[in-house]
Design a binder for this molecule. Structure first.
Ligand code: CP
Length: 309
């Protein structure tokens, strides 16, 4: 992929080589970077849904490289509340900025915005569909922790139906022949089309609801929150909340090299007693978001020569 001026919409748009290339550039940014590299550029962060990590780490990445950030985190305070369409919002903001990061509750909204915009759009999460930059930082964290991406056993736990981070990461790890264990209540299983895609790629996976049955096989335990805001029926959420909960005692009975990841925020599925253990890498995972997003912004704003082209 030629990165300059590209949109980042779905992890499915990246080849294995693209992913590895971004991780390599990210590694360079972790060691050193030019704090004026993006001087004169403006990032617009348009968040139609709440966020802490994604919005602030993009803002931090842009600021660390000398760029400026504008945007909103509450559509109620913008002209969207007066009925302005997404199309018009994008048409206006593209005149105020050089690149847009957008989170939106509707699946496909990022693709729709990208078809309209003359500047790059980065999908910061569209409904239950995709969260590609989360996947990039997840891959970066895995590579840093294990020294490789190939042939790992990963257990995805929790809300696999609505969990866009899981949908994106499962696809990305299929390039690296991961074995996947999908652990969820029956109501929150992985969507059929994601599993069909894994079947096409001949990826080995199992589905079940009992974490304890597979915990000792795992290199990575990828916990996710049961997402209250995604449930059409609040009674269904009440039935499922708290269905998984791991704590320090649980981790003591797992494989030595296991690493626990979580896109965060967490609610009750991951106890703070896990935090100080050597298995917990979720805070490091969140912090890696700045490095990876610095690399991505620089690639898209043409500030890094793509050595592969
Ligand atoms: N992981 C993640 O997307 O977190 P935020 O919702 O806080 O951005």
């Amino acid at each position: 992929m030629e990165f300059k001026s590209k949109d980042i919409i779905s992890i499915r748009d990246f080849s294995k080589e693209d992913l590895l290339y971004i991780l390599d550039i990210s590694k360079k940014f972790e060691k050193d970077y030019d704090s004026n590299l993006l001087n004169g550029h403006i990032l617009a962060t348009l968040f139609f849904e709440p966020s802490t990590r994604t919005r602030l780490s993009f803002s931090s990445a842009m600021s660390r490289l000398g760029g400026k950030v504008i945007g909103f985190d509450n559509p109620a305070s913008t002209s969207v509340s007066k009925g302005e369409s997404l199309l018009d919002t994008i048409k206006i903001v593209e005149g105020y900025s050089d690149i847009i990061v957008m989170r939106h509750p509707i699946d496909g909204a990022a693709r729709f915005a990208a078809e309209t915009a003359k500047i790059p759009i980065i999908n910061a999460g569209d409904g239950v569909n995709q969260h590609p930059t989360q996947t990039l930082l997840d891959l970066y964290t895995i590579q840093k922790s294990f020294g490789k991406l190939e042939n790992l056993n990963i257990g995805f736990v929790g809300d696999l139906k609505y969990g866009r981070t899981v949908h994106s990461l499962a696809h990305a790890l299929s390039h690296f022949k991961a074995k996947m264990y999908f652990i969820s209540p029956p109501q929150l299983k992985m969507p059929k089309d994601d599993l069909e895609q894994l079947d096409k790629e001949k990826i080995k996976y199992t589905e079940g609801k009992d974490l304890s049955k597979v915990a000792n096989k795992l290199d990575i335990l990828y916990m996710t929150r049961i997402q209250k805001e995604r449930f059409p029926d609040p009674i269904e959420y009440q039935k499922l909340k708290g269905c998984y909960r791991i704590d320090k005692t649980f981790l003591e009975n797992t494989k030595k090299g296991l690493k626990v990841m979580h896109p965060l925020p967490r609610v009750d599925e991951l106890c703070s007693s896990c935090d100080g253990t050597e298995k917990a890498i979720y805070f490091e995972q969140a912090h890696n978001g700045v490095t990876v997003r610095m690399a991505l912004l620089s690639l898209l704003l043409k500030k890094i020569k793509n050595e592969r082209t």
